[in-house]
Design a protein around this ligand. Structure first.
Ligand code: PRX
Length: 584
């Protein structure tokens, strides 16, 4: 049986053979890879990412960090990263943190953040990373609901030229909760506790971390991942899909606040002892050449980014780009939202110079690692297709939705059990072509994707509905050239408002959302209407709002849709009102 081959993700016939084996004998397949990747059967991620690599090559660079400003650069070796991790672990132990305890991490993209995650793993604590751009209120809810005893943060961070007062946000968030704050700015001053030299004994099924993501309910969903399954799946997908080599320099532009920052900034690249490049700034500050300069300086071989960033950089033209040499790049990737053809072509031609395959990888917080990605042959690249399932995954389409017909791949979050049925519903719309290649077309549920950030519309609506003037609201995503989607909120009010009042309510909506969720959920526009289109059972007809919001008009809608609305007359009113939408 063929289980492992250097051409596994390149040669279609070898891919097909390994795939067939993985489906025919999944247990054998995963056990084989587990024994190869974890020969010592140690499932502590801190050991796997650090101790193992320090033994092999202590002075190899683990992380190159670039800051917001041009002059900011630091290099951290594997031995130094182990020392930082042990020191943070020492502080956690001193604060009484033990295996199974929950620790929240709210930090920017700096080496200390990666050390903080690994420190939690070292002592067996379950980390709960919260994106540092969330507001105090959103942070507070996530700390409280995770029952964290400690929050690790830093005093301030800077991004795009702006200073973010992280410690202040954290202190506001914890208010009177019984939570201790650990400031990772001072890691060099921490003393080493002997207990942190060892690592906790973690079993395959022990929880490794949790991460909040948005679903279609008001509350964010808390997703759990286990040590063995998660590490096995993230490492395997990374190895094959990015075709990694020992001397690769890996630059993933995501943030540790998201699952991509867990799987493909931290755990899989460090598992293989690679050199990582991390960047705490934005691609546009102080100019659009930041990524290209970093790639040139560090001779980056793998670039894994997001469609929003790619669209944004493509829109700048090639002046900055032409100043740099990108010939070190070997593989390109993107994740988080659907690509569009022109951005794909630009990425392929101008960044990869038609030499680098584009791994348009589809996956989710819940799946732990990549589920669909194209094979590496350059001649067979299909723009915007995530294409093929990873080994052990059986995708399908049911009522336009991408489904996974098995739940036995190791990366799947432990939230999902077979008791809820064999099928995993992804919530994404997809199509499959005659070659069996999948293309993702966006969400089918009430989740929007703004700049690659997943946001539940009911999360936003529940904030909007707290305003006194608002009777009801419905948030939808509408297409945007760069951001993929933006939020458009339809509201009905308790009394008729003047234009001035509407403007001020719009401002209030925007500031309440910033305060309760964070700037990432800021709406693009607010539409004041008299009545939301609803079915007899009271369900809001979002597809009608979407059609109007996208300016398609309801004409393209079939009779069935309109018939199900209790008061079809309200649609004319909405069509009229959209013209007077107030931009935020
Ligand atoms: O809608 C899909 C979109 O991002 C969602 C998952 O979001 P999250 O859990 O935050 O994880 C993002 C990083 C893995 C999916 O349900 N998405 C992710 N990758 C793609 C995508 N949409 C289209 N193409 C992709 N490659």
């Amino acid at each position: 049986m063929l289980f492992d081959h250097e051409l596994a993700w390149k040669d279609p016939s070898i891919y097909r053979e390994i795939y067939a084996n993985s489906i025919a004998s999944p247990e054998k397949f995963w056990e084989y890879h587990c024994s190869k990747l974890f020969p010592e059967q140690v499932f502590n991620a801190s050991f796997n990412c650090l101790d193992r690599n320090v033994k092999k090559n202590p002075n190899k660079t683990a992380i190159v960090w670039y800051g917001d400003e041009y002059c900011e650069r630091r290099e951290i070796t594997y031995i130094k990263l182990l020392e930082m991790t042990q020191k943070i672990a020492s502080e956690l132990i001193r604060r009484g943190i033990r295996k199974g305890d929950s620790v929240t991490i709210c930090m920017p993209m700096i080496p200390e953040s990666i050390a903080a995650m690994l420190a939690c793993c070292r002592v067996g604590a379950v980390h709960n990373v919260v994106f540092s751009g969330f507001s105090s209120a959103a942070l507070s809810e996530r700390i409280f609901r995770s029952s964290s005893k400690v929050v690790i943060t830093v005093t301030t961070s800077s991004r795009g030229g702006k200073i973010i007062p992280l410690l202040k946000n954290v202190l506001n968030a914890i208010n009177d909760m019984n939570v201790e704050v650990l400031l990772a700015d001072y890691v060099d001053d921490f003393s080493l506790d002997e207990r942190a030299i060892c690592y906790a004994d973690m079993k395959y099924n022990d929880t490794m971390f949790t991460l909040y993501t948005s679903g279609s309910t008001k509350e964010p969903k808390r997703i759990f991942h286990t040590c063995g399954g998660y590490q096995l799946y993230s490492a395997m997908t990374f190895k094959y899909i990015f075709d990694i080599k020992e001397d690769d320099v890996h630059f993933c532009t995501s943030d540790i606040g998201w699952i991509t920052g867990h799987s493909y900034i931290t755990y899989a690249p460090l598992f293989f002892g690679l050199k990582l490049v991390i960047f705490s700034g934005t691609p546009m500050y102080p100019n659009g050449g930041r990524y290209w300069e970093i790639i040139d300086d560090e001779k980056v071989t793998i670039l894994y980014s997001a469609p929003t960033a790619i669209r944004c950089l493509a829109s700048l033209g090639d002046e900055q780009l032409n100043r740099y040499n990108l010939s070190s790049l070997r593989v390109l990737g993107c994740v988080g939202e659907p690509m569009n053809e022109s951005a794909w072509q630009w990425y392929f031609e101008n960044i990869g110079k038609k030499r680098c395959p584009i791994m348009d990888t589809w996956w989710q917080t819940e799946t732990g690692g990549i589920i669909l990605a194209p094979l590496h042959n350059i001649e067979y690249q299909k723009p915007c297709f995530a294409s093929k399932p990873f080994f052990g995954i059986i995708p399908g389409i049911e009522n336009d939705e991408l489904i996974i017909k098995n739940k036995n791949w190791p990366g799947l979050s432990s939230n999902f059990s077979k008791n809820d049925g064999e099928i995993y519903h992804t919530g994404d719309k997809a199509m499959i072509d005659n070659d069996g290649d999948f293309r993702i077309l966006g969400r089918i549920d009430d989740v929007v994707n703004i700049c690659g950030h997943r946001l539940g519309t009911s999360e936003v609506e529940s904030v909007v509905n707290t305003l006194g003037e608002i009777e009801e609201s419905a948030a939808i995503g509408i297409p945007h050239r760069i951001k993929g989607q933006v939020l458009c909120i339809f509201v009905t009010t308790t009394t008729d408002l003047t234009d001035e009042q509407k403007k001020s309510v719009t401002e209030e909506i925007s500031s309440r959302i910033r305060q309760d969720i964070g700037a990432i959920a800021k709406p693009d526009r607010v539409v004041f209407i008299h009545e939301l289109p609803k079915t007899r059972s009271g369900k809001i007809k979002r597809n009608i709002l979407k059609a109007i919001g996208e300016s398609k008009g309801v004409i393209s809608y079939n009779g069935k849709d309109l018939d199900s609305v209790i008061n079809p007359a309200c649609i004319k009113d909405i069509e009229k009102s959209i013209k007077y939408a107030i931009r935020v």
